[in-house]
Structures are given as C-alpha cells and as structure tokens.
Design a protein. Structure first.
Length: 666
C-alpha cells in the first residue's frame, strides 16, 4: 500500500502519488467513474455487462478497459440498484472487497444487502445532506427516497479532497439543491441529460404521435439538465450516465443515429451543443478511458488514444454501432437462450406471489383503480384486478393498462423472483403497452415493489405524503412551492405558459386556474394556486410566506438544428481535437423526412385547452400528423387498432390533447 500525504492529514489509501495537486477523474463509460483524490480512490457505478434482458449496452464500448486496475480502490459508490449502475458480475470479478462502500441512506436495505452478498463488509452510510469526513475526504450524499425515484431510491455524491470539488449527480433528480450548493462551489458537475425509459416507444400509438411525444421528452430532458447545470454553477460540466445503446437488431432503431429531434436518446455531443447555445461554458466530452485532471485553477482532458478513434462513436455513429453490435451478437444470443424457464404455470405463480402483496397495498390499489392485463401470448391472458385484490384469468373486461410481454420474459422474472420489474423488464423496452387515461404512477410503483418490504415502504410513503405549504409567485400566479408529484422545487423548475404550469423536473403539468393535475388523474396531485392579484383565501399562509421567484438565467428554446446536427461546437476539450461535426444536411434531411417539427418551445407548444377533460394532460400542436378523431375512454376502450390505448383526443383542427407519460426510472 502506498502512502501519500493528504492536504489535511496523512492518508494511507491508494490515492494519487504524483503530487499533482489535482483531482483525477477517469471516465469508465455510462455512469462509471474512477476518481483519484489526494486521500484515496473511489470507484463509482462501474457497468460493463449488458443489462435488462440484453437490451442496454454501454455507449461508447468500455469492455476494453482494465477493470482489475480500476477495481483496486479504497471506496466504492453505487448510486442505486438499477442494472446500468449496479453490475454484480463486474463487482464480483474485478472490485476489491477491501473497498469501503459509500452507501446512500436509502429507506430499504436492498442495495446494502446486494453488496453484502457480493462480499463487501465495510460500509459508511452517507446521511442525506450531511457533510462527513471519511479518511480525509469531505463527502456529502443525498438519497432520493420516493417510490418513483429509480428502484426505490437514487442518489448523488459530492466529493472534496482539498484540491477540487466535484458533484456526481448521475441520473438522480435531487430536489434539495440548497444543501448541494452549500457544499460547493464545484469544479466539476457530472450529470445525465438523456432519456432512459420506454415512453413513448413501447406504447401502441400512431407513429406521428410517438415522434411528437419523443420530441417533447427530449427537449424536456435537455432543458432539465441545463437547469441543474445553471443551479449548481460548476466550472466544468461532464454529460454522462447515458444514453445507453441498443445492439439487438430488434431494438437497434432506438439509437439516435441521425440526431433525430424526436429521439429520447440524444448523446453527449447534443447536450454540449445545447449548453453552448445557451452561453453555458465549461462543457467537457469524456469517453471511456478519458481522464480529466482538475484543480481550482486548471482543467484538462486527456484522451486514451488518437482523437479520431476517441470521437468515432459520435462522428460515424451508425458504422460504430453496427460494428459494436456485431461484436456483441453472440453475447445477445446466449442471453436470450437463458430467458425461458419452462414448466411454469404463470397464473398460479403470479397469483401466489401478487395476491398477498395486493392485500397490503391499499394506496396502490386505490391509485390504480382498475384491472391491469398481462398478455403473454398464451390463450388465456392474466388480469391483476387491483380493486378486487386478485390475480385471475382475463374475462373480457376493460383494463386500465394492458401489457404484452413475451412468455419467456415473464418466466424468467418468476424464476429469478425479480422484485422490481421496472429494473428488469420495463427498462428492457421488450414489451408493448396500452392504457386508458393518463399515466398512472401507481401501476409502475406496484411492479417495482414486488416484495412485502418494498411494498410496505411505498404504502407508507404514500400515506405520509404531504405538501409543503410555502407559496411562491410564478408569472401571474401564486402557487405552492413544492410540486405535488415528487416535491420538486417549483421556484426553480416551474415554468408557466398562461395558466399551465410545467414542472420541468419530470414534465408534469398543472392547470393553475383549476388546480387540476393534467398528467395524472390522482386527486392527491392537485396543486394549490390562485391568481396573483386576488386576495388569498383565509386558510392559506400569510403573505409574508409568499416568495417571489427571481428570474432564472434565460434558457432559450431548443434549437432543432443544433439539437439535431452540427456537433462540432460540442467538443470543447481538448483544444487540439479536430471537429466532430456532422453534416448539417443530414439533420435537415431527417427533419424533412419526418415532417413533424420538434416543439417550438423548450417544452413544446403548450396551449391552454378550452376543452379539457379528466383524461387530458397537455395540449401539443402537431404540425402534420393526423390522429383518429374523438378517441376517449368511453368511445374507444382497449381494442385493437390505431386507438392505441384510447386516451388521445383531437378536439379541433390539429390541436391534439394527450396524456404524457412521465415515469421517471433512469
Ligand atoms: S417533481 Fe416530478 S414533475 Fe414535479
């Protein structure tokens, strides 16, 4: 063991020994980082093996890294249990069990137990928002605890070794920014900017509608990340933790090969362009093996090889991904052979598993409010009857949600007793969905809580949920400060257009004139609001508590051309690299081919709707697609055909009023 002298005290960890006085961050791909500090090394979220039924792969390929070297560390930080952050095979083969785990303070013990099963024994629990000294390192974690946060929890880690300060936000969406900022100022901020979930691609919708929703989601993700960047104010920003790439030919089209403005999987260069367009400086592109040396006075990225090679995943993406897919073909085929478990009576197994859980799930059953269909291709589909608390054979009734999932996948979920189907099945994109009405978060919460411990936690969370009473003024409206969805701070993430408030944390919308949530029909998601010029109702807090929101730094609308094409300006590091621009013509051709413009604003053209119903979530102007007229839950139940879930209506002209799915797993 080497001994180094730390800035504050003598350390005995395997930290930097070159006396560089800098923090060294090596990108390991996706959310993986190897951090060399003056007081030891930290390995974060290493992931190399395909995840989610062989759907997700690391982009760019990181399989050639020296994992034994990167696994020989003092500290291990796994931000959460999603399979693109927690790779048990890699941890078990390459990571030193002597490493001390920096454990987020999650309410359920699943992450700790999973790491203990792999042989890790030393844990330091990072209490949310508390600054601790660990071996000379100043650290702060923040654990997000809502059932909708990742697999029942996601987290961030702030690190200060006396030479530099960094914030690893990975794919978390923290709401308590004051605590995070108080740890700064930061030299480096690493965060996700790209989508990760199945909406809208697995839903049976008209293609034009999918593209329109995809454009909104892409724009929302870029905007949200830019807001975090502005709020944190670090000198350097590294986009990471996404997107994955999809190498199975069944999923290959999900990759954003052309800078498609409707794709929810934009790559790092798109986000760096987005920041530059808004005058936000300091963006740094890192690929697996790239090293960033940073101190308070200096920041430099070193590439693992020739620049052309390092940038090929972005400059010639289609060719790069086809070659990558060819290398992984056997691995994908071998994985698929392991899916079927055989000899399983699905109905009997699911009945025995789910019904005891449904007995415990008062809030979730009420929240779902209807039966959910699982169609595995068998003669007899299965219904989870949430109101009745039963699992039974489908009897032809109308179902709130309908999932079509291949039988081998369900067999594997049962055989492995996967207690979080979001973190196994849904993120795989290997299913189809329909629904009646808007997005229902209880449905997905149930599928990620398939054990009594997890379910009881979610039930307790719903039971205790209460809204912050502090009020703020947004535009012409006074509203509660905390978003009814997951308590996002609306003074930072709220955006009004007329009476429509959009919380850009997850894109949920509210009508401030009525208090109605437009994204969910759950009454608990109503928002408290009133026009700024009216007297406040007697029961509300005193005017002294109303906080005027200072103007946010201007975030201009998404420029589709920039989002789609010219990436040359994204590559800000290092200076001697050649441009990685894409032909602007390709972007223009892509746009022309699809005939659907991305939203005109950064969250789409959101229109106050004169004809809103309980199924309405947002109004989006589609330029050139046509959708079936008058489809609603009464007239178009779950039947085959373009109704596709029967929740889309077209009240007039080309203004489409539709629900937006905002599930938020990473
Ligand atoms: S916190 Fe999720 S949309 Fe506001």
């Amino acid at each position: 063991m080497r001994v180094v002298v730390c800035c504050r005290r003598a350390c005995t960890q395997r930290g930097r020994v070159d006396g560089g006085g800098e923090l060294r961050i090596t990108c390991l791909g996706h959310a993986g980082l190897h951090i060399e500090t003056s007081c030891g090394t930290i390995l974060c979220d290493p992931w190399v093996n395909p995840a989610y039924f062989e759907s997700w792969f690391v982009f760019p390929d990181n399989s050639g890294l020296d994992w034994d070297r990167f696994g020989d560390v003092d500290y291990l930080y796994v931000s959460h249990l999603h399979k693109d952050h927690f790779d048990p095979e890699l941890l078990s083969r390459h990571v030193s069990r002597r490493a001390t785990v920096l454990l987020p303070d999650f309410p359920v013990p699943d992450l700790r137990e999973a790491l203990e099963r792999l042989g890790f024994t030393e844990f330091v629990v990072l209490r949310s928002g508390q600054v601790v000294d660990v071996g000379g390192l100043r650290l702060m974690g923040q654990a997000l605890q809502s059932p909708a946060d990742g697999p029942l929890g996601d987290s961030v880690l702030a690190v200060d070794d006396g030479t530099a300060r960094m914030l690893n936000q990975n794919d978390a969406r923290p709401t308590e920014l004051d605590a995070l900022r108080s740890f700064g100022p930061y030299d480096v901020h690493l965060l996700q900017f790209s989508g990760a979930i199945w909406w809208p691609w697995t839903y049976e919708l008209p293609e034009a509608a999918k593209r329109s929703f995809g454009a909104v989601k892409r724009a929302n993700g870029l905007d949200r990340a830019a807001r975090y960047v502005t709020e944190i104010g670090a000198r350097h920003v590294v986009p990471f933790a996404g997107p994955p790439c999809f190498l199975d030919k069944e999923l290959f089209d999900l990759n954003d090969l052309t800078g498609d403005p409707a794709s929810t999987f934009p790559d790092q260069t798109v986000f760096l362009d987005y920041l530059r367009e808004r005058g936000i400086k300091g963006g740094q592109l890192m690929t697996p093996g790239a090293v960033l040396d940073v101190s308070a006075a200096h920041c430099e990225v070193h590439w693992p090889g020739p620049a052309e090679q390092a940038l090929e995943p972005f400059t010639d993406k289609t060719r790069y991904l086809r070659g990558y897919a060819a290398r992984m073909r056997d691995k994908i085929a071998a994985g698929k052979r392991r899916w079927p478990a055989g000899g399983i009576d699905l109905l009997a197994e699911l009945k025995a598993w789910f019904e005891p859980l449904l007995e415990l799930a008062d809030h979730i059953r009420t929240g779902v409010g209807g039966p959910v269909l699982l169609d595995t291709g068998d003669e007899q589909p299965i219904v989870i009857d949430f109101p009745a608390g039963q699992v039974r054979a489908f009897a032809g009734e109308t179902c709130r949600y309908q999932f079509s999932i291949g039988r081998p996948l369900v067999e594997r979920l049962i055989a492995d007793h996967q207690t979080d189907w979001v973190n196994s099945l849904f993120l795989s994109m290997r299913f189809k969905a329909r629904r009646i009405g808007p997005y229902n978060e209880y449905v997905y919460t149930f599928f990620k809580c398939l054990s009594p411990e997890r379910l009881m936690y979610a039930e307790g969370w719903y039971a205790s949920r209460s809204h912050d009473e502090e009020e703020i003024q947004l535009g012409d409206w006074i509203t509660q400060r905390r978003c009814p969805h997951m308590s996002g701070d609306l003074s930072r993430f709220g955006q009004t257009t007329g009476s429509i408030l959009t919380c850009t944390m997850h894109g949920w919308q509210f009508d401030l004139a009525t208090g109605q949530c437009l994204t969910s029909d759950d009454a608990s998601h109503r928002i408290s609001s009133r026009p700024a010029r009216t007297r406040k109702p007697s029961k509300r807090p005193s005017p002294a508590r109303v906080k005027r929101v200072p103007a946010l730094p201007e975030l201009r609308p998404l420029d589709p051309a920039r989002a789609a094409g010219d990436r040359s300006k994204a590559l800000s590091a290092p200076k001697d690299l050649p441009s990685a621009s894409r032909p602007g013509k390709r972007a223009a051709a892509t746009k022309a081919r699809h005939h659907v413009r991305p939203p005109a604003g950064d969250l789409g053209t959101v229109l106050p709707s004169a004809r809103r119903s309980s199924t309405v979530a947002a109004s989006i102007r589609l330029r050139s697609c046509r959708l079936p007229r008058r489809l609603d839950k009464k007239s178009a139940p779950m039947s085959p055909g373009p109704a596709a879930g029967a929740w889309m209506r077209m009240p007039a002209g080309d203004v489409v009023t539709a629900a937006i799915d905002r599930a938020s797993p990473a």
